[in-house]
Design a protein around this ligand. Structure first.
Ligand SMILES: *Cc1c(COP(=O)(O)O)cnc(C)c1O
Length: 378
């Protein structure tokens, strides 16, 4: 027998309260019973998103809602500013290109945050830009972008600001209404403590104005159809009923803890991981702009990074993430995201220490855990 732990930046582990409620017999969605749950979920999502706007729900992974943001806001040959600097920023550029939207890239070195001034100058040079696409937490590099500053800049232009907040939601401070964000994208398998399968979108007035003008084709991911469904509590298509019921439970848990406490918990856990990384004489991949949802760490040159992740999973049942694309084998990523607490961090750090030691990296046993304990006791 081996107990398994999941500390990847999606999917994340799901609390038993949520698992149990999802295992109930299926109810029909055109019933009073379901509409009651749907209404509660709509309110809970507004709280999680910290917005007064409706939050639309789709049955897809996060990328579905990212694609919806492109196809519902833009028209063929529109121009969009896309912040790169990681796998998920690049995904927005790929979606735009697939839909015939011209991409003006803001290239950012992987591991660094975008400089808001760069967005300002690109917008000034290209006043016809319709939308700016960026990421709250760039999961592939463990970087948090300064959305508040970016929002203040974009608000002075006609362009809408679209934020992929997928891995940041329910983990890191995020206030789209105050920060002038027009479109927020979220999904279920990260900070929400749910299995994969749901994606979310919220839009400001400015965002909805673009939706009204958009000429790109869409059908299932039509934001207008989904909004109508919220008004009438009738989903346009069969909703992912069990996931919505689980979402209701997860949102109640978040509401009970309080969103600020949820953010504080994540920042405390991430601070402990960062302290442990230093105690192990390892280097953070994004030391200046480290996100709290996921910590990216450079693999020391004498160690095989792919083997490290594999061994931690196979020998200790501890699943963390490796690097993606050109960072494969070069970094590993520990998520403190969603249903994560003090002893998840202690366990992952102990497993990391033991694995590093077994791979021949010189570490003092207990040093990482001690460094984390010092932070976690504060
Ligand atoms: C996980 C993630 C996505 C979505 O990926 P899916 O596999 O489609 O759910 C998008 N953006 C970010 C920042 C993510 O972390």
């Amino acid at each position: 027998m081996q107990k398994r732990y999941l500390l990847t930046p999606g999917p994340t582990s799901v609390p038993s309260e949520v698992l149990l409620t999802m295992s109930q017999p299926i109810i029909h969605h055109r019933t009073k019973e379901y509409r009651k749950i749907f209404a509660k979920v709509n309110e809970g999502l507004k709280y999680l998103f910290q917005t007064a706007s409706d939050v639309l729900i789709f049955s897809s992974s996060g990328t579905g809602a990212m694609e919806g943001a492109v196809s519902n806001l833009l028209s063929p040959n529109d121009r969009a500013l896309v912040v790169k600097g990681g796998k998920f920023g690049e995904r927005f550029a790929e979606i735009c290109t697939a839909y015939g939207v011209e991409v003006i890239p803001v290239d950012v070195v992987w591991g660094e945050a975008v400089e808001p001034k760069e967005i300002e100058s690109k917008l000034a040079e290209n006043p016809d830009i319709k939308a700016v696409f960026t990421t709250l937490c760039e999961t592939s590099t463990g970087v948090v972008n300064d959305i508040e500053s970016i929002g203040n800049i974009v608000a002075k232009h006609s362009a809408a600001l679209v934020v992929d907040a997928i891995s940041g939601l329910g983990a890191m401070e995020y206030k789209p209404d105050l920060w002038h964000v027009d479109v927020t994208v979220g999904c279920s398998q990260k900070g929400l403590m749910l299995p994969p399968g749901l994606s979310f979108i919220s839009l400001s007035e400015k965002g909805w104005k673009l939706v009204a003008e958009s000429q790109l084709p869409k059908y299932y991911f039509s934001f207008l159809k989904a909004r109508k469904g919220i008004g009438s509590l009738e989903s346009p298509f069969t909703p992912a009923i069990s996931l919505i019921i689980g979402l209701n439970e997860a949102l109640q848990m978040i509401r009970e803890e309080g969103i600020e406490s949820v953010w504080r918990r994540h920042s405390r856990l991430a601070a402990a991981v960062r302290a442990a990384v230093r105690a192990l004489r390892l280097e953070l991949f994004a030391p200046r702009t480290a996100a709290d949802a996921v910590t990216a760490v450079k693999v020391p040159s004498e160690i095989d990074g792919v083997l490290l992740v594999k061994k931690m999973s196979e020998k200790y049942g501890m699943t963390i993430a490796g690097g993606q694309d050109h960072l494969k084998g070069k970094i590993f990523r520990i998520a403190t995201l969603g249903y994560a607490d003090t002893f998840d961090v202690i366990s992952v750090l102990a497993a990391l220490t033991m694995t590093l030691s077994e791979l021949g990296y010189e570490v003092e046993l207990g040093a990482a855990v001690r460094a984390a304990e010092e932070i976690l006791m504060k």
